[in-house]
Design a protein around this ligand. Structure first.
Ligand code: HEC
Length: 197
């Protein structure tokens, strides 16, 4: 019997340990249940980015966030206006349009994560050199780079299965109400940053 005495001593110790662990687990379970409830309540209000139904209807944040078709409207419109801004000597407007046409694709960081590398490389290879010509008020260089950029636009459309979306030199600005002939400098747009700086 003597040799089993340590077991007898151990039993209450084990019991206390088990009780403590049990308490811990049920506390964790409560916390998990509480969090699940709160996440559920939020998802019910705002939907789930991964696509669960919103309020039981077939919509979700991801499903209603702009992808390329909507963002490319803004992108293309600002790009065509940029042409008229440069031609008219409103270089600050051209720099501003460059800034916001790039920004218009921000939604795609959520909806098209896989395409971010091609967007980034397009901006570096085509839009950065174009912006340098804007900063230098160099119209002939702008025209050459603008044409090259158009080819880049169409290259991406083709690569992504939209070979029928072919853009060319604009025939009219998307926004006819701007004063394209106002004489300005890229730095008049306070958010202008020289590419690479
Ligand atoms: C990273 C690839 C990529 C680049 C670069 C790109 N596009 Fe697009 N663009 C697309 C895709 C993809 C579509 C088709 C829309 C869709 O898939 O929802 C599109 C569609 C368009 C549309 C039609 C939008 C509509 O539905 O009304 C215009 C206009 C457009 N692009 C202009 C341009 C211009 C101008 C440039 C260059 C300055 C350009 N795009 C560069 C991927 C690109």
């Amino acid at each position: 019997m003597k040799k089993y005495r340590w077991v007898a001593l151990l039993i209450p110790v084990l019991a206390v340990a088990l009780l403590a662990a049990g308490c811990g687990t049920s506390q964790n379970q409560n916390q998990v249940a509480d969090l699940q409830q709160r996440v559920g309540a939020i998802e019910n209000k705002v939907g789930n980015v991964e696509g669960t139904p919103f309020n039981g209807k077939d919509v979700s944040i991801l499903g209603t966030t702009p992808k390329f078709a909507i963002t490319m409207r803004e992108y293309g419109d600002r790009f065509s206006d940029m042409y008229y801004a440069a031609k008219g000597g409103n270089w600050a407007l051209a720099a501003y349009l460059d800034h916001y046409l790039r920004a218009s694709l921000t939604w795609t960081k959520v909806t098209k994560p896989k395409e971010q590398d091609s967007i980034k490389s397009f901006h570096q290879s085509y839009l950065d050199p174009l912006l340098v010509t804007v900063a230098n008020k160099d119209l002939p260089a702008f025209m050459t780079q603008y044409q090259k950029t158009i080819e880049g636009c169409n290259g991406c459309h083709k690569a992504m299965g939209y070979g029928f979306i072919t853009v060319g030199l604009p025939k009219a600005p998307a926004d006819t109400h701007f004063d394209y002939n106002q004489k300005t400098t890229a730095t008049d747009f306070k958010e202008f940053v020289m590419p690479g700086k």
